[in-house]
Design a protein around this ligand. Structure first.
Ligand code: 5GP
Length: 392
């Protein structure tokens, strides 16, 4: 018999965070970093939970370098060859430093893999070098039994690596994956900006409810979660932390940066404004000749906007580009979009940290880890009082 769950399911746009009386006087005071100790690998890393998605456009070596400098995480895209991964991990292991001068090696970088034989073989080759310490096992449907098997096998063969795995949206499966050997579980089906899974399959769950449910389940068995997808603004990241997320994965937020894959695409748009020229007109008033200057619209003004291409990893575009075309038993579950070019990703990181400090000051949150303890959500109908955009 078909069941309907009546409990309301919420997204980031359905809530706002309630401000609280604060002991913090300045945005400089909250600590935006915390220590993460991972259940199975038992390693401890200090960092901030912002994590780059392993999409082909965002999970680049260049992105990983900036994120690790900021003590933040990056899941590399799956399509790097063994040779380029080996070269990156070797060099990074020797030279990578964080902003406080700490030599971090490959601590903040995740190798990404699927679970087909080819992926697993390449992944094992990389892990066997001993250079790479973190693994993200990533498949769209985290409910298939083969994923649990893959997690157990990797855990058995590589007891010290941090294993992230996904994607799921329910607490029961989060616990199964952690108990099988995952340190953290990636949660989210369908919220991504370039994702059409909800439309194509009818499957999914609003992201705030996913995070609330999955975080509670993960923490109950000593694991972590990574809220994956659907971040439209910095406020959404704060809401994810408030709902219990330990890590927050972003794709489109960083897809328009220098460090994202792909060339800058320039497009020229006609605006509503015109270049004008001045005409003079003479008129005689009371015997005096007056000269009026009249501004006459001439050519329309054009403006050039810069973009980078962003595409869902299940889109036909991605499958053509990275997997030699779409298998006939599959459908496209992603789209291709243009992201406005925004320059270096460091600008986004700085802006994000400023926003996070501000949220923490509003809710009296001195430590990143305490976010869920001090968060109360208002359920709302509308979160913006305008479109969020000014002219400057
Ligand atoms: P964003 O931050 O762009 O909203 O979401 C990023 C996340 O979207 C990724 O980490 C991944 O989980 C998901 N994603 C990326 N590409 C696709 C796709 O083609 N289809 C689906 N269903 N999800 C995608």
């Amino acid at each position: 018999m078909t069941q309907v769950i009546n409990e309301e399911q919420l997204d980031y746009c359905d809530v706002l965070i309630k401000p609280k009386r604060s002991t913090l006087n300045s945005r400089k005071e909250p600590n935006v970093y915390r220590k993460y100790t991972f259940k199975w690998s038992n390693r401890t890393i200090e960092g901030n939970g912002l994590t780059v998605a392993n999409m082909a456009t965002t999970g680049t070596f260049e992105m990983a370098k900036v994120f690790q400098y900021n003590k933040m995480f990056c899941c590399l895209q799956k399509h790097y060859s063994f040779d380029s991964l080996y070269e990156f991990f070797t060099e990074n292991n020797l030279s990578a430093k964080t902003l406080d001068g700490h030599i971090c090696g490959n601590d903040y970088v995740f190798l990404s893999t699927g679970i087909n034989t080819e992926d697993v073989n390449k992944t094992k080759r990389v892990l066997d070098t001993g250079l790479c310490k973190n693994l993200c096992i990533d498949i769209a449907n985290g409910y298939i039994p083969k994923l649990l098997e893959a997690v157990s096998l990797f855990r058995k063969e590589y007891p010290d690596i941090i294993i992230m795995v996904g994607n799921v949206v329910t607490g029961d499966m989060v616990q199964d994956l952690i108990l099988a050997g995952a340190d953290l579980v990636k949660c989210g089906i369908g919220p991504g900006a370039n994702c059409t899974t909800r439309k194509q399959t009818g499957v999914g769950r609003p992201q705030l409810s996913t995070v609330l449910d999955c975080a509670e389940a993960a923490h109950a068995v000593g694991g972590y979660i990574c809220a994956d997808g659907g971040i439209t603004c910095y406020g959404d990241i704060a809401k994810a932390y408030g709902a219990g997320a330990d890590f927050v994965m972003v794709g489109s937020l960083v897809a328009g940066t220098d460090e994202a894959e792909g060339d800058i695409i320039e497009k020229v748009y006609r605006t509503n404004e015109y270049d004008c020229y001045i005409e003079t007109e003479e008129r005689v008033v009371d015997g005096f000749t007056l000269i009026d200057e009249i501004s006459v619209p001439d050519k329309p003004k054009y403006e050039t906007k810069k973009f980078k291409l962003a595409y869902g990893m299940s889109s036909k575009y991605a499958q053509d580009k990275h997997w030699n075309g779409m298998a006939n038993y599959r459908t496209s579950e992603g789209i291709v979009t243009l992201k406005e070019y925004v320059g270096p990703v460091q600008n986004i990181i700085d802006d994000y940290l400023g926003s996070l400090r501000s949220t923490m000051t509003y809710i009296n949150c001195t430590k990143l880890k305490d976010f869920p303890k001090v968060t109360t959500f208002y359920k709302v109908r509308r979160i913006l009082n305008n479109d969020g955009k000014g002219i400057l």
